[in-house]
Design a protein around this ligand. Structure first.
Ligand code: CMC
Length: 422
């Protein structure tokens, strides 16, 4: 069977044959038939917008791999900083490379004092931490001369390092501001996740990070590090294709992540579970979802149609965390919801399964994070995914500034009507 596709334009009888590689054929085939012809593909449901070597995702079989390594192995055996190196460089680091990388990230965690004293202090007292996070990422870029120097590889490397190192600091700062607590400076003696937990929770001198919770945080970071061309990463690529600085692109990506259909779903899940209130209300809630009165948040995925491998790992991690923190009372409702939904033809027929956000919110809550910090917790590790894609985009000769076309469906030409005649 040839690995080609032949397309015929029935209007002209013209035919074009192009190769299919990795399940993809070049849409330029259509332009060969007729240069004014475009595909109508809202939400890019059938479009591969780039060639990427970073993350492999097989939605039918529930497979997720970073640079070829199964997510299960990375979650079990690796650390977030090692995974970050892998995503950015394509290979796992040697011991020396990892030591240097860890040192470099650790020594870029501080932010300019003006960010905290002037920029963050300007927010309203009840500002949403994710809104603060989005804007502080964009603002961060204004502190670095080289931020716009994206053609320069060394400058790119520096900005990547800064963004990865400083996002936990920005995130903790947003929380401490909203809680009215003094800011904790980064502690360079701690690991990446422990430093973040320390900046979040230390009050006075007596906070010590529990190693099991530090590990749970790191695993959550690993699971969220990349997920190929999702809405946020696509925003990163589209905005980055204009050659703006990476801080502005990352702010755009974080804005996309903020939405409840994307990273905001973890927050929505906990609000939903709280609203359901008890197991007895689960059947009625499921009925309301089936009647189209709302969605079962944390269920369904554009790509995963069998199960989300991250959800499986997170569910197990949740139990590990609950052993230390005590069970989240919402867990029973979540389990009951999952149980009912997985047996219900509505969800089975539509291939709706728990996604990464279904259980992550419960862990975050057990770890003490307020609900409105959940999406920020997703954004911290996803920053490396955005940057890996940004880097790949800039070195891809196939790429240009993103500029899709439209199917114009508005009025035909007409004459301006004077106000008195309208
Ligand atoms: N609850 C109830 N029905 C659903 C749900 C849900 N969570 N998700 C999809 N459906 C139904 C939908 O109503 C439609 O039914 P019908 O064919 O009768 O109209 C069908 O399933 C297909 O849905 P869709 O909206 O066309 O699917 P999509 O691929 O565009 O949406 C999704 C994917 C993740 C946005 C969607 O499943 C959803 O809204 N889920 C809830 C929000 C959520 O958990 N988001 C987190 C996604 S994973 C992490 C991340 O991306 O950040």
């Amino acid at each position: 069977m040839p690995d080609t596709i032949t397309i015929t334009d029935d209007r002209t009888g013209k035919t074009v044959t192009v190769p299919i590689e990795g399940g993809v054929f070049p849409s330029s085939a259509l332009r060969q038939l007729d240069p004014t012809l475009f595909m109508y593909d809202p939400a890019y449901m059938s479009t591969a917008a780039c060639k990427s070597q970073i993350t492999y995702l097989d939605g039918e079989n529930g497979i997720l791999r970073y640079r070829g390594y199964p997510i299960e192995q990375l979650a079990e055996q690796s650390t977030y900083l090692e995974v970050a190196y892998l995503l950015l460089h394509g290979e796992l680091p040697t011991e020396e490379q990892l030591t240097n990388w860890r040192h470099d990230v650790t020594h870029h965690t501080f932010i300019h004092e003006n960010m905290r004293k002037r920029f963050v202090d300007g927010f309203h007292y009840d500002a949403h931490p994710m809104g603060m996070f989005v804007s502080s990422i964009a603002a961060l870029g204004t502190f670095y001369d080289g931020a716009k120097d994206i053609e320069n590889e060394e400058s790119r490397r520096k900005q990547i390092l800064r963004l990865i190192a400083k996002t936990p600091t920005l995130a903790a700062m947003a929380y401490r501001f909203s809680a009215g607590l003094p800011f904790n400076y980064p502690n360079n003696a701690l690991s990446y996740p422990a430093n973040f937990l320390n900046m979040m929770w230390k009050v006075g001198a007596d906070y010590e990070v529990d190693p099991a919770l530090e590990r749970a945080m790191d695993v959550l970071f690993i699971l969220h590090a990349d997920h190929e061309q999702n809405c946020g990463t696509t925003a990163m690529r589209v905005v980055g294709s204009s050659h703006v600085d990476p801080y502005s692109s990352a702010a755009a990506a974080a804005s996309a992540l903020y939405g409840p259909l994307h990273g905001g779903a973890n927050e929505a899940v906990v609000r939903m579970l709280t609203e359901i209130g008890s197991i007895e209300h689960v059947p009625a809630f499921i009925d309301s979802v089936k009647a189209g009165e709302g969605r079962l948040m944390g269920f369904g995925h554009r790509v995963y149609k069998n199960y989300d491998p991250r959800a499986t790992i997170i569910k197990k991690a949740a139990y590990d965390v609950f052993e230390i923190t005590g069970k989240n009372p919402l867990l029973d409702i979540a389990l009951a919801l999952e149980d009912v939904a997985l047996k219900d033809p509505y969800f089975i027929d539509r291939k709706l399964y728990p996604n990464v956000d279904f259980y992550s919110g419960l862990i975050y809550q057990a770890l003490g994070f307020p609900v409105d910090m959940f999406t920020v917790l997703f954004a911290i590790p996803r920053t490396v995914g955005w940057l890996a894609h940004w880097q790949e985009l800039l070195s891809d000769p196939d790429q240009k500034i993103s500029r899709p076309r439209q199917w114009y469906a508005g009025p035909d030409v007409r004459n301006y009507v004077a106000m008195a005649d309208r």
